[in-house]
Design a protein around this ligand. Structure first.
Ligand SMILES: [Zn+2]
Ligand SMILES: [Zn+2]
Length: 373
């Protein structure tokens, strides 16, 4: 049963007593009052309320959807160990139900053995023991009565304790017998649910099977089982991811080092070339200085030789130019002489024509020639 406070929490929220402006503002997802299991998915305490598996009792911590969203968005999501704790807790619940399933199988096997071998099984032995115990107890009670009548109170009290012990022993034997007998009495084939450990009747009505499958206990353990698998997967991926990041980081560093080496290599080469060039320049300067020294020491002789050179070259130029003039004049003369011959021919031609016209006296002389002379 829910307490009055829990009932009010469910109806009005846990901060029902706070003023509207101070609601939840001071509670962060990592506050100790917040249920960390709920942040990771759900609170197992809520799975089995009011069932036989309700061993943990209600969870008093805050279950808030908004806080869960805040946690999932935070940079510390899956980094503070909540998921590992949640997984460990769910696994402990699973281990518990697995023990129950094993016990159930053992009890079923025992009951089936007894059915097969009739009453000669452990049940028969138990009944014999119970009979013996009952006889002992009755004998002791008779003795106590006698001691009481004799006034031996202390002895009677000591014996009474023994009777109580024997009675307890007899009760235990009776209860185990009755459990197994009730199984056998049903004369029905039983089986153990492999999810929640409950006893089921083989070939039961579908409605009862459905009731079981939709029941809080069965659903709760089914949820725990699937969540354990999901969580394992999630955590495995989480642990693999940093590995991958590390690998990428190492590769990046390796590439960076390689580039650095190449840069150094290039720089070395460049410096070497620079030194070579510098040496070359030095040599050139040295040669220049040497030439300068030589020029100074042979300055005069060099001057005279240069002027004679110049004179010589000038005469050569003149010769070249004269030969060109000669060529030009020669071709011009040829042209003029041939032109003169043509003119002479024209004059002769005209003279002949004039003579002809004079003889024949038929046409004007200039018009017929067409030469424009
Ligand atoms: Zn909780
Ligand atoms: Zn079940």
């Amino acid at each position: 049963m829910l307490s009055a406070a829990q009932l009010l929490d469910e109806l009005m929220g846990r901060d029902r007593n706070l003023a509207p402006d101070e609601k939840r503002s001071n509670v962060r997802w990592d506050h100790e009052s917040v249920c960390k299991h709920y942040l990771c998915g759900f609170c197992p305490a809520e799975l089995f309320t009011n069932t036989r598996s309700d061993l943990v009792g209600p969870c008093e911590k805050i279950h808030d959807e908004n806080l869960r969203k805040q946690y999932e968005k935070s940079s510390r999501y899956m980094k503070v160990g909540f998921e590992r704790d949640f997984l460990r807790y769910l696994q402990s619940l699973l281990a518990e139900v697995e023990r129950r399933i094993r016990r159930g199988h053992a009890r079923l096997a025992l009951a089936q053995n007894q059915q097969a071998s009739g009453a000669a099984g452990p049940t028969g032995k138990n009944e014999e023991k119970i009979q013996v115990l009952t006889e002992k107890i009755e004998g002791l009670l008779q003795q106590i009565e006698e001691l009481g009548s004799e006034g031996k109170v202390e002895e009677a009290q000591g014996m009474m304790k023994l009777v109580e012990q024997l009675k307890d022993e007899r009760e235990q034997l009776k209860s185990t017998t009755s459990t197994i007998e009730s199984f056998a009495a049903q004369e029905k084939q039983m089986e153990v649910c492999e999810v929640c450990g409950a006893f089921l009747i083989v070939g039961d009505a579908q409605s009862r099977i459905d009731d079981h499958l939709m029941g809080k206990q069965h659903m709760g353990y089914a949820k725990i089982k699937s969540t354990v698998e999901e969580l394992k997967d999630k955590l495995r991926k989480r642990t693999e991811e940093p590995d991958r990041d590390d690998k990428l980081k190492k590769e990046r560093e390796e590439r960076e080092k390689e580039r650095e080496r190449e840069r150094e290599e290039r720089e070395k080469k460049r410096r070497k070339e620079e030194e070579e060039r510098e040496k070359e320049r030095e040599k050139e300067k040295e040669r220049e200085r040497e030439r300068e020294r030589r020029r100074r020491s042979h300055s005069r002789s060099r001057h005279s030789s240069r002027t004679s050179d110049r004179r010589h070259s000038r005469s050569r130029d003149r010769k070249r130019s004269r030969s060109r003039d000669r060529d030009r004049k020669r071709s011009s003369f040829l042209w003029h002489s041939s032109q003169a011959k043509i003119d002479q021919l024209r004059i002769w031609n005209y003279s002949l024509h004039v003579l002809e016209c004079f003889i024949l006296s038929s046409c004007p002389p200039a018009k017929a020639s067409g030469l424009g002379l």
